[in-house]
Design a protein around this ligand. Structure first.
Ligand code: OSB
Ligand code: MG
Length: 372
């Protein structure tokens, strides 16, 4: 395949309710989609990708405008130069550009999708997925009160989600967790995500979470604090899970060897793409480390691709792969449906969903066309 053009579509999609983490409160999903056109032996094929970069550099150093800029100036030009571009070699062609894993992943997604279309293949079959549906967990934002937290989680349990993940931060941690266990008992999967809001000084406080039978605690400390997570893991019974710190397969290897993570949250965007994400899945499986699929409030496009990756055998815990209606009144693709606590793994060619042109038109705020 030869890359002919790349168009980046920035979109802003209203959220059903604000989503609050320890680092920001979002009311819209702001991201960009990649539309890449390729010359192939079967004529022109278009592949789509989605960047998980957020509007501000608060989860990681990446943000929407920077992703668009680095793609336009550096990443797309590198791929325009390649005669025979394949999904498996995108990362290698982009290797000299330091950082920007989310921007690289979005481009790689578009190449993957075009290649799947060329080969008449679903993403699940390409990856070697082994199940037809994956358990669907829901990520619950920080609420204004403990009562509200209980009410919101009660609603998701009622809907049938396979596990609940609650965002926490200092001052909004033990009390909501205790109240949720008190209200709904110990018989459901429950975990927390701090998005790097604590330091090792908080170890004694965080240890109080051990009383609530949590599946795991996700990223209590900073992105660079892999060794400190290993220290904290020794002080807590709750399994340690890294998200922000796992920026590559190498970082995953370090975290596993240091005992900093007994569970890994895999997000393709955070590690530079689905090919790297699969390497981390394989590495973790070889070390007996459980993995689960994280989420970045993706549209149906990203969620469909995530569900395919999560159909690999190492994904033994429910992922942040909730239905479209968890975040959106209206998704930009066909709706991703959660039923009986699970989501179907798409079986159609490519990612198995398509961008609705009318919705793209409606949600789009800007488009940038990039040519060789
Ligand atoms: O830490 O997992 C996270 C969303 C944005 C940034 C970071 C995170 C999240 C989520 C969303 O928890 C989960 C989802 O997409 O369902
Ligand atoms: Mg997280």
């Amino acid at each position: 395949m030869k890359l002919k053009s790349v168009t980046l579509h920035q979109v802003s999609i209203p959220l059903v309710t604000p989503f609050e983490t320890s680092f920001m409160r979002e009311t819209e999903k702001d991201c960009y989609l990649v539309e890449a056109v390729f010359d192939t032996p079967q004529g022109e094929i278009t592949g789509w990708g989605e960047s998980v970069a957020m509007i501000s550099p608060l989860y990681s150093s990446e943000y929407v405008a920077a992703g668009i800029d680095v793609t336009r100036r550096w990443l797309a030009p590198l791929l325009f130069d390649v005669e025979n571009l394949t999904a498996e070699t995108v990362g290698w062609h982009l290797r000299h550009v330091i950082g920007h894993p989310m921007a690289k992943s979005a481009l790689e997604m578009a190449v993957i999708e075009a290649q799947l279309k060329l080969n008449n293949q679903s993403f699940k079959d390409y990856l070697g997925g082994v199940v037809d549906s994956v358990p669907s967990g829901v990520s619950v934002g920080i609420q204004d009160s403990v009562e509200e937290t209980v009410k919101v989680i009660g609603g998701y349990l009622e809907e049938g989600y396979a596990r609940i993940k609650l965002k926490i931060k200092p001052g909004k941690d033990i009390a909501p967790v205790a109240a949720v266990r008190k209200a709904f008992g110990d018989d459901f999967g429950f975990q927390v995500d701090a998005n790097a809001a604590y330091t090792l000084v908080d170890a004694a406080h965080l240890r109080r979470l051990d009383d609530y039978g949590l599946l795991l605690i996700e990223q209590p400390l900073g992105e660079a604090d892999i060794r400190q997570h290993a220290e904290l893991a020794k002080l807590m019974d709750t399994p340690m899970c890294l998200d922000e710190s796992i920026v590559s397969a190498e970082a995953a290897a370090d975290a596993i060897m240091l005992g900093a993570t007994s569970v890994i949250n895999i997000k393709p965007g955070r590690v530079g793409g689905f090919i790297e994400a699969k390497k981390i899945h394989d590495l973790a499986a070889a070390h007996g480390v459980a993995v689960w699929h994280g989420g970045m409030v993706e549209t149906g496009l990203g969620r469909a691709a995530n569900a395919a990756l999560a159909s690999l055998p190492g994904f033994t815990l429910p992922g942040d792969i909730s239905g479209s209606n968890r975040f959106f009144h209206e998704d930009i693709t066909e709706e991703i449906v959660m039923y009986d606590g699970k989501v179907d793994v798409p079986t159609g060619i490519g990612f198995g969903v398509s961008i609705d042109p009318a919705k793209l038109e409606r949600f789009r705020t800007e488009s940038v066309e990039i040519l060789p």
